[in-house]
Design a binder for this molecule. Structure first.
Ligand code: PMV
Length: 350
């Protein structure tokens, strides 16, 4: 098969500080604004190759390989996604697509890979279409477009295309904010936060019992939804003021409140569900006690899963490491953890 063009993008995962949980009417429109740190070590690397088409039909021709192996479940998801964005990407009807994707982190680590995977794929598609169109687009517009299409694949993926920190969701608090795409937020970040470490403590690597898609939809009938959305707006405002200064204490209080609220919302959904594990709670108690005793700025957050994301500035990393290995490692599944940090955003590899 004749190869027409090929690109490879590496795109990281992100960890939300103010969480997106619940959607409004429309396609992947968030019910509240969110903000996240972009990670560095947890990433997806995706190569999209455009091939001469095998048939004359208008059907999408695509083969998807994850870690070098054909993956039907992913391929089906991808087909659906491509159908939904077909009118924006003529290349999907003009060429056959060969897609290879890998993750830097183990597939079964319990770490959500949709943000890194969908942002890497969107970057590849936007890049290829731009090359074919031979149109000059500013870097800013390119990333905005990539964020837009990443969002259609997975909401949180919209925030993975920018370095360090990214904000998504229309709010009066942030000029230029949008429900359609995320925006870069680096300019508002005090240098201390650029050094932030994120140690991911794997409490359990089992697949989630309830998907994010179902979790979001349960917010429609959650009795606390309205209060939650108002809280997210106010937490966003507060955390932005903490991020501009080096107000670590305020930053930590909001981040932990957001993590606990996210899981409380799950527990009071109907039907109720729990994504924390017993070891998640053991670690939370130890982190709070360690912070009280040591007076060090160490905070936790959680994604839609049982794993703890420990957040702290680099200048205390040695002391925090000692604490992790003495107190937390024993609660991790087979001692598993990933040392990540706030990162520089996606990178074109080829
Ligand atoms: O992008 P989704 O649909 O997988 O939703 C992600 C939701 C959280 O990870 C729990 C929070 C967030 O803002 O990333």
């Amino acid at each position: 098969m004749n190869e027409i063009k090929k690109v490879t993008w590496r795109s990281p995962s992100n960890i939300a500080l103010v969480k997106y949980w619940g959607k409004k009417k429309g396609v992947q429109i968030p019910a509240n604004p969110s903000i996240s740190f972009t990670l560095e070590q947890c990433y997806s690397e995706t190569t999209v190759t455009l091939l001469e088409r095998e048939t004359k039909s208008k059907d999408i021709e695509m083969r998807f390989y994850f870690d070098g192996k054909a993956n039907m479940a992913f391929q089906l998801k991808m087909f659906k996604f491509f159908e939904s964005i077909r009118k924006d990407f003529p290349l999907l009807s003009q060429y056959g697509l060969l897609i290879h994707s890998t993750n830097s982190f183990p597939h079964s680590s319990g770490i959500a890979s949709s943000a890194s995977a969908m942002s890497a794929l969107s970057l590849c598609l936007c890049d290829l279409q731009q090359q074919l169109d031979k149109k000059k687009v500013s870097a800013e517009k390119f990333l905005q477009r990539a964020s837009h299409f990443a969002r259609l694949g997975s909401g949180s993926a919209s925030r993975s295309v920018y370095p360090l920190i990214s904000q998504w969701g229309k709010t009066k608090t942030v000029k230029g904010s949008s429900d359609e795409y995320a925006i870069p937020f680096e300019k508002n970040l005090h240098p201390i936060f650029k050094t932030f470490q994120n140690t991911i403590l794997i409490a359990s690597s089992q697949e989630k019992k309830v998907s994010s898609r179902v979790g979001h939809s349960l917010m429609k009938t959650n009795p606390f939804a309205k209060t939650r959305y108002a809280q997210a707006e106010s937490n966003l405002k507060e955390i932005i003021s903490a991020l501009k200064k080096d107000d670590l204490e305020k930053f930590g209080a909001i981040v932990e409140e957001e993590a606990m609220t996210l899981h409380a919302l799950m527990m009071c959904s109907s039907p109720s569900f729990i994504l924390m594990a017993p070891s998640t709670l053991s670690m939370i108690e130890k982190i709070r006690r360690f912070r009280e005793e040591s007076k060090l700025p160490v905070y936790f957050t959680l994604d839609a899963g049982p794993n703890i994301h420990l957040l702290y500035p680099k200048n205390i990393a040695k002391k925090v490491d000692q604490f992790i290995y003495a107190e937390l490692e024993q609660h991790c599944e087979s001692g598993k953890m990933i040392h990540d940090n706030v990162g520089k955003g996606p990178k074109k590899m080829k």
